[in-house]
Write a protein that binds this ligand. Structure first.
Ligand SMILES: [Zn+2]
Length: 454
């Protein structure tokens, strides 16, 4: 298998940012409205929203966002987040300039570990797959909120990751995805400390491995399955830029399908079963598969290959298949249909000639579970309330992110943007505009305080 080609074939829709952007824009201002003075209806609307959407999803008590905003420690932490954004940008640049291709996140992980230690997080450690973990104890160990950002990038070894600055614009592969998330993770820990914010529940900060491409969320699988098994009550991932809230985790199954036969001369051995013909039958059947519009289900044969020469009956042929849905049952259903038509294609080719025998293998080369956190869930309502309280546009969206794993396990979880404006994610032209990016840091800060309880 050619991992590079597969990685390239996964660009775009895999990461949250490409699909979170205001897909389901709820109750936010129209994007064009940039008046420095908010209309009265909007201010009143905010107030109502803040009062109605009280936030205490993890604890028993209810702490309205409006109350939080009056808290002196919270105010001090917010002020620090606003004033300390330059430091966040510095971290973002420093982290981005340490290359972190998938499965080679070690050096960037060590840098995060040192920064966690400098920030005074407790029990800082690196687990066996490379996740960096640091704790910020609250008044009690539970509930425990995990705040995470991913270390890995889609860029291969040798990519020039030096950051070029042009005013507020920073250019470098990975500067937004997820250099921004990692920097905000540190900025939030620093602001909590500066404000001496004491939360009821505890927080665990995680810089995780294996979010992108063929890594298949291996960092999250280890975190939820082993490292912090049964110790996570809620999960927030900071991934990329802007202010989106991802509540739907798009799942995917990827296969490499290989047909094998005896092979032979195209003239002399004519009448022999043919792997390329079987592949053609299979792809034609796949092309005719019917899928629902809602929930959205997609399928794609991305690459095909095989054969020896134009005058040979091939001994093998292969194709690569990608299927996605945010609905686990629908994903299972399209997978079953795919399996059946491939088996049918092989049987038909064998029956057509009854000469030689074709076999097929379907290797699962990528798998991400689907999941969702209900819009009505406290963690989503809190994220909306916090965003509105800060006057930010609220957009709920779907994507394939670290939160897929907790979502698939029924643990309250979302992925949020880290603020600022990102362009060209997953491309060498990736850039980050730091204009007003402190708003992202402040929002995540307020969100984690609301979730952990004050
Ligand atoms: Zn990302």
């Amino acid at each position: 298998m050619n991992p590079r080609a597969l990685t390239l074939s996964t660009l775009g829709p895999l990461c949250a940012k490409s699909s979170t952007h205001a897909k389901r824009n709820r109750g936010g201002r129209p994007k064009a409205a940039k008046n420095p003075v908010e209309p009265l209806w909007f201010q009143l609307g905010l107030l109502v929203a803040v009062l109605v959407l009280a936030a205490a999803p993890l604890g028993a008590q209810t702490v309205p966002i409006a109350e939080l905003l009056k808290d002196p420690a919270v105010s001090a932490a917010r002020e620090f987040a606003r004033q300390g954004e330059l430091r966040v940008i510095e971290d973002q640049v420093e982290l981005t300039e340490v290359a972190a291709p998938g499965f080679k996140e070690g050096p960037r992980g060590l840098l995060m570990k040192r920064k966690f230690e400098e920030l005074g997080l407790r029990n800082v450690r690196i687990d066996r797959v490379g996740n960096v973990i640091g704790e910020r104890p609250g008044l009690s160990a539970r509930p425990n909120l995990v705040l995470a950002a991913h270390l890995d990038t889609v860029f291969p070894e040798g990519t020039d990751v030096r950051v070029k600055r042009e005013g507020t614009l920073l250019r470098a592969p990975g500067i937004s995805d997820d250099g921004r998330g990692l920097a905000v993770l540190l900025g939030v820990a620093r602001a909590l400390d500066a404000g001496r914010v004491q939360t009821r529940g505890s927080m665990t900060f995680v810089a995780d491995v294996g979010e992108e491409g063929l890594s298949d969320l291996r960092g999250m699988r280890e975190l939820f399955g082993v490292t912090l098994k049964d110790q996570i009550d809620a999960f927030v991932s900071i991934d990329g830029t802007d202010h989106g809230i991802t509540t739907v985790g798009v799942g995917s199954h990827r296969y490499r399908v290989t047909f094998r036969g005896p092979g032979g001369h195209s003239f002399g051995a004519f009448g022999l079963v043919n792997p390329v013909h079987a592949l053609g039958r299979a792809v034609a059947k796949i092309a005719d598969l019917q899928v629902p519009r809602e929930p959205k289900v997609t399928f794609n044969v991305g690459r095909i290959g095989g054969g020896t020469s134009v005058n040979s009956i091939a001994a093998d042929a292969w194709f690569e298949m990608d299927m996605r849905s945010s609905d686990a049952a629908a994903l299972g259903s399209i997978d079953a249909s795919f399996q059946k038509v491939v088996d049918d294609a092989v049987r038909e080719e064998n029956e057509r000639w009854n000469n030689g025998r074709l076999t097929v293998t379907k290797d699962l080369v990528g798998e991400r579970p689907a999941g969702r956190t209900a819009d009505s869930a406290a963690i989503v309502q809190t994220a909306i309330a916090v965003s509105k309280a800060l006057g930010l546009l609220v957009g709920l969206g779907e994507g394939s992110t670290d939160a897929n794993i907790p979502m698939s396990r029924g643990i309250p979880s979302i992925t949020v943007g880290g603020g600022g404006k990102g362009t060209g994610a997953h491309s060498p032209a990736e850039a980050f505009d730091a204009t007003d990016s402190w708003k992202g840091t402040e929002r995540v800060l307020l969100l984690v305080i609301a979730l952990a309880g004050k």
